[in-house]
Design a binder for this molecule. Sequence first.
Ligand code: SF4
Ligand code: SF4
Length: 286
Amino acid sequence: MKQVTIISGKGGTGKTSITAALAANQGNAIFTDCDVDAADLYLLLTPNIQKTHTFPGAPIAQIDQQKCTSCGICESLCRFDAIQQKDGVFQVVEFNCEGCKLCMHACPANAISMQQPENSEWYESDTRFGPMIHAHLGIGEDLSGKLVSQLRERAREVAKERNAGLILTDGPPGVGCPVIASITGADLGVVITEPTMSGLNDLKRVVDLAEYFHIPLKVVVNKYDLNKSMTDKIEKYCQESNLELIARIPYDKIFLEAMVEQKTLSEYAPENSINDIIQDIHKAIQ
Ligand code: SF4
Ligand code: SF4
């Protein structure tokens, strides 16, 4: 069983549309949406949820006002300004709390406990192309890396149960913690970039990250014809960096139209020539 993660240096490169187009070409695969901060693969694969799991968020301090003696120790110790006094009442500002537990241990009245919100969920679903593991991250939650690891772990289990040959993952954009969680242990990363200066710079950052984790990469330039000279620069960078540029996809509003119809490219426009490019990407991944 192989694991392939589709990533991009930033959002808006067409990563999810291309992932969905590839999903439609796969047989015997598991699909994972690890872009948990802005999950949208579900729009195209329209999963039918079979199992729902709650995902505990980061612990947040909570003050029992019945026990609190208003000594103010917690407020003076919290370096994140997460405990504030208002009208003589000490309260936790939840968005500021980093869950370090210092206040809990320091409170002489034993009035502080840690609570784990349960406003994130992850799902095991069926789609018309195969099983899908995906999630909904609660508002304000920042444990996306941990949630990504949870999704990938379950995807590997399902792949084993179903004897699937591939886990195809829609990864998050950027180079942060969720991206690291999405590519760790992957057999291949496919970077979707676009022909802009920021696209090239973001590609370089992703390449540095993947090198650090020893993940082989291949590159796709989406909307390459919007700036051909920049596409040439990206191609030159790939050559100098020993990276295989496996496809150039022209700009086509067909991807947007397909998304509006909740269809993959091959379903919405089977005659469109970009389907041949998707096949080339599929073969390069194989
Ligand atoms: S340290 Fe404990 S008792 Fe003191 S203000 Fe904070 S919660 Fe109240
Ligand atoms: S857990 Fe840490 S960050 Fe949160 S309120 Fe207590 S001291 Fe501040």
